[in-house]
Every structure is written in structure tokens, then in C-alpha cells.
Design a protein. Sequence first.
Length: 262
Amino acid sequence: MYVMTIDQRGSSADVDRVPGLLAELTGLSTAGRFERSVGDEVQGVVERPDEVVDIALHALRSGRWYVGIGVGAVDRPLPASPREGSGPAFVAARVAVENAKSGSAHVPLAIVSGGLRRGAAAPSPAGSAGARACANAEAVLRLIGRLVQDRTAAQWKVVDVLRSVQHGHSGTHGTQKIAAKELGITEQSVSRALLRSGWQEEWAARPAAEMLLSFAHEAITGTGDAGEQPADQARDAGVGRHPDSRPRDSTEGDRWTRSGSR
């Protein structure tokens, strides 16, 4: 499981943005439930790594949230409320969100391994396969998060419209043209905005982040081949290697390049 703890940045000098975030998160997870935990913080349990990536990048987009992700086991049965949950992944999520607040990174996101054993009270050792996989997933998500955070309002307008157009059409041909018409700009302007926004790079890298999160979960919980191995064995199992940067299939980032990019 993946436990996500998301805390509002600068909440003492800002309005309470938790209700708005909770409303937005309902459409990003099929099974995960998020709710306010303490203060201006939300917490939820997510099963799928692709949804973890979606939620993390959505929170990073506004620049108003610290994102902590704990990977590992949770005590079962899961309670109805995430606030009543327990287990290594919950402990790791708390450590992760505090790490995200450290100020050492431009992108306020951290991922921490919750340890192998049920009820573990501390993150996995630094040399374990799970800890290394979490560190790799964190590095990739921070790189993608940098693209998302640095995207301008004008670029987001183009990206949002194009995604809406693609989701509403069975094919991808001509979607830039449709987006340009909706925005009242030229196809060339749409293409330039997409290139400068790093949208293609984001969607090409998302599968790598998902893969590393999945590997971390398998390594930590013992459901994969790696288990909680020492660092040298983890490298043999693939942790620490650069993943194939190509997407597993046709991602959204590829679609715009085939739909009229000049």
C-alpha cells in the first residue's frame, strides 16, 4: 500500500485549502479515500502506483502542498477512516512529509520505505532494496514535479485544454487543431506551448516513476523477487539502474507529437 500525507504550505498565512484539495482528490483515485487528518493536512491510502503519481503531481502543481509518500504494509483490516490506520506505511508517510518540509529540495516531495515487518516503527535501513527503490522513485518524481511546478499559467491553459480534448475523442489525430480552435490561437502556438511546458517529457517519465514505486512496494512487502535485500543484491535485482525512459505504451505525451506537432 501507499500512504500519502499532504500538508498545506504556509497555512498560518493562508486560507484553509484542505476542503478544495479533498474535492479534487475524489476524481484521482478509484479506491483511495482522503480526509483531513490534523490541522491543514490530508491523508489517504492508495493501492495503485499510477494513482500515487497522479495525486502527487496534482498537489505539486499549485505549489501549496508538501507531499509525503510512505510505501509498505498497513495493518488490516483497514479502518473506514485513514486517520485510524496504522502500520509501517503510515509511519513512513509521516517521516516522508517531514522530509518534504526540510527545504533542501526545490520540489517538496519525499518517499520513505515503511519497512518489511508488520508493525515496524521505523523506515527501512538505508541500504535495503526498498529504501533504494524509494529514493529512486523520489528522484524521478521530483524531476517530473519540477516540470509541473515551473509550468506557466499560459502553458497550463494549453495543456489542460489539450488533455480535455484527447479524453473526449477516440483518436488522437488533429487534437492540437481542436485545442487551438477552442483557445482561439494557432496550432503553432499550441505546439510551442507544449514544447516549452515539458509536457511530452512529463508523460514519458511517468511510467518510470510508477515502475519504481511498484518495485519499491514489492521489495518492501516481500511480494517481489527482491525483498528487503542489501544494497549490492538490490543492484543485481535492478534497483538503482536507470529505467527505460520510453513509455510502456502510448502515453499522453506521445499523442500530441503524433497529432500535428511541427
